[in-house]
Design a protein. Structure first.
Length: 224
């Protein structure tokens, strides 16, 4: 039995899956491939050890956006979306579907591997539950707990929670959140912040409704 991280690579272009697979295997990853969205979902459901998914957007049967949404219903698995277009709509749709990162073709396979390694490092969670009541954030393990129970968050949701909680009682605008979490070079719509915060609040449950506030016309505020 291997201890190598298992990466799902889904793209209908065989040369793309083979290229990514070769670079991943050379970097000591195991790889499972899928030629369409339906097979990608089947692979996800039948391989619980998958550590990260790389999904092409324009796949047959089910597109990458929908595959991402389906995975997000049950898992915080790190997801990178691939697309041949660099349009803002694609980026916005990608982040709103729950993706952690977005890569435009053509891309460097070596750089993609580095992005995968970085996502896996940041998404690694501790196996130990904490007994403390309320919200506990472990920035080293990139995991959050409420009353000792792990909250299943995507990387972006976690980073938003950290940024808001570290600036508690301060109203933060969407642009400030975008700059802190996505970076100053993000050129998508700031509405993506709204969708991510909405999902974060839902996942935090009653705690989120009580402590994560919307300040209408301004932005968001976290109160411990």
């Amino acid at each position: 039995m291997t201890n190598k991280p298992l990466i799902l690579v889904a793209d209908d272009e065989i040369r793309i899956t083979e290229l990514i697979s070769d670079f991943l295997k050379a970097s000591d990853f195991d790889v499972i491939t899928a030629a369409d969205g339906e097979k990608a979902l089947e692979a996800f459901k039948t391989n619980p050890d998958i550590s990260l998914a790389v999904l092409d957007i324009m796949m047959p049967e089910i597109d990458g956006w929908q595959v991402c949404r389906e995975i997000r219903k049950t898992s915080a698995l790190p997801i990178i979306l691939l697309t041949a277009r660099a349009e803002e709509f694609d980026q916005l749709m990608g982040f709103e579907s729950g993706a952690d990162d977005y890569v435009t073709k053509p891309f460097s396979p070596a750089v993609l591997v580095k992005r995968i390694e970085a996502l896996l490092r940041r998404a690694k969670a501790s196996d130990n539950l904490l007994p403390e009541k309320g919200l506990v954030i472990n920035k080293d393990a990139y995991v959050a707990y409420i009353d000792g129970q792990v909250v299943s968050l995507t990387l972006k949701e976690f980073e938003i929670l950290v940024f808001l909680s570290e600036n508690s009682s301060i109203v933060l605008t969407r642009d400030q959140i975008l700059a802190a979490v996505w970076g100053y070079d993000f050129d998508g719509d700031n509405r993506t912040v709204d969708s991510h915060v909405a999902r974060l609040r839902t996942k935090l449950g009653e705690y989120g409704n009580k402590h994560l506030k919307t300040v209408y016309g301004m932005g968001y505020k976290f109160e411990w």
